[in-house]
Design a protein around this ligand. Structure first.
Ligand code: PLP
Ligand code: ZN
Length: 421
């Protein structure tokens, strides 16, 4: 009697799961799945296309307690949960009743992505890029980073056994530099802003020196970008398989915002959630608000800016996905807003004081925009609202000006005399 093999037949493991092709976002031209990111015909960005198999809420809920529960919706190997990866995701959706009460909203949640392995949402996107890099046979992982990406790449490269070399603008927060360097890869600071770093990386890709390098957010960008869809899946699942009605998302390149929208639409198409209208609001810091400015002026092209803000993780002056962000915020009935650095600092304190969530400056931007939209009567106070915190306040300590109430002698008398009671 033949004994059935228990090991999966490796020949049947698909390297990209349900993904079938890359397709040009502008002209629809299709390409084989490979390390390419721009259309040969129109230079438009390439995006992963799929044929999804049958998926149910139950099959997803039985999956691992990380983003791989959604592997059936992502361009990753079928056996991804067994591979060495940082396994980010399934971060808390915090019910924010105290903040809601303070603002006058009925139902508010904070999706708190500071709990990922390297303390920002970037672990989600890097997890995808690592799998693509492995499949394509790259030996070094690289990126142009506003800060958080460098740390996520360093850690993921260490876990998965890649070399790494990451590029950052000079003058980043110390915590982000240390987080990037501690995993043993090379960290190179370039004298310039993020847009200069990004331009440099595009040149390096074209040079033989960068031939074996997988740049997670350049030549692996189509795969990388899909990782942001997991935020949409998690938010919907954590709301009890429902879409939120209003969501506030930070914008750096705009990729995350466009992919959260894509994730919501996929859930509807697959019948995993009921279709209901949702409004997408984009959030930027006033010191780097090229998308919000275009929105204000009713333009559909983005005028690049020179960033000057404490929200360094969002400081991209020439955001690649800006035009798509304008489309999505327009189509859903949302908008793109900006808040000043002072409002960012205030909003970090507000979120910490009301909900015990310590956000990095990007979370101050989204919370600030939430507060602004409420104050201006542009959010429906009755609608289910979600605000994103995409990074950890410990990485941007210098942004907050707080500390001990007093330094006193260790005696009861000294405490009573200090007037703190
Ligand atoms: C990178 C980043 C984002 C969003 O980036 P996109 O380029 O718009 O996808 C948001 N928050 C933090 C903290 C980030 O590091
Ligand atoms: Zn094209």
């Amino acid at each position: 009697m033949a004994i059935a093999a228990t090991e999966p037949d490796t020949a049947t493991i698909r390297a990209f799961g349900p993904a079938t092709a890359l397709s040009c976002r502008e002209c629809g031209q299709r390409y084989d799945l490979g390390p390419r990111f721009a259309c040969d015909f129109c230079f438009g960005p390439l995006e992963v296309a799929y044929e999804f198999g049958p998926l149910t809420r139950e099959s997803i809920e039985r999956g691992p307690d990380n983003i791989w529960r959604y592997a059936g919706l992502l361009p990753v190997p079928d056996n991804v949960a067994d591979l060495p990866n940082m396994n980010p995701g399934l971060t808390p959706l915090v019910r924010a009743d105290r903040l809601a009460a303070e603002l006058g909203l009925r139902s508010l949640h904070v999706k708190d992505d500071s709990g990922n392995p390297t303390h920002s949402f970037k672990d989600r996107v890097v997890a995808m890029a690592v799998e693509a890099a492995r499949t394509f046979g790259f030996t070094t992982l690289s990126c142009s980073s506003t800060g958080n990406l460098a740390g996520a790449v360093g850690a993921a490269a260490a876990r998965a056994g890649f070399a790494s070399c990451v590029f950052i603008p000079a003058g980043l927060e110390q915590a982000k530099v240390v987080m990037a360097a501690v995993y043993g890869g090379r960290v190179v600071a370039l004298d310039g802003n993020y847009d200069d770093v990004n331009r440099f990386c595009s040149e390096l890709i074209g040079d033989p020196a960068g031939a074996d390098w997988g740049f997670v957010n350049v030549n692996l960008r189509p795969y990388y970008a899909e990782g942001s869809k997991t935020l949409a899946y998690e938010i919907a699942e954590q709301l009890g398989w429902k879409l939120p009605e209003q969501i506030i998302i930070p914008i750096a390149s705009g990729s995350q915002l466009t992919k959260i929208d894509k994730g919501f639409r996929e859930l509807v198409e697959l019948g995993l959630v009921e279709d209901r209208p949702y409004k997408v609001f984009g959030a930027q810091a006033t010191g780097c608000a090229p998308v919000a400015r275009a929105w204000e002026q009713g333009h559909d092209v983005i005028q690049p800016v020179k960033p000057d803000t404490i929200a360094k993780s969002l400081a991209i002056g020439n955001p690649a996905d800006g035009p798509y962000v304008l489309d999505i915020c327009g189509r859903t009935g949302g908008s793109v807003e900006h808040v000043s650095d002072a409002e960012v600092v205030d909003s970090i304190a507000l979120l910490a004081r009301t909900e015990g969530v310590f956000a990095e400056t990007a979370g101050g931007v989204t919370t600030g925009v939430l507060r602004k939209l409420v104050a201006e009567g542009r959010l429906d106070p009755e609608a289910e609202t979600v605000v994103l915190n995409t990074g950890d306040g410990l990485k941007t300590l210098n942004a907050v000006d707080t500390g001990v109430a007093a330094t006193i002698k260790p005696s009861l008398d000294a405490f009573k005399d200090a007037g703190l009671l």
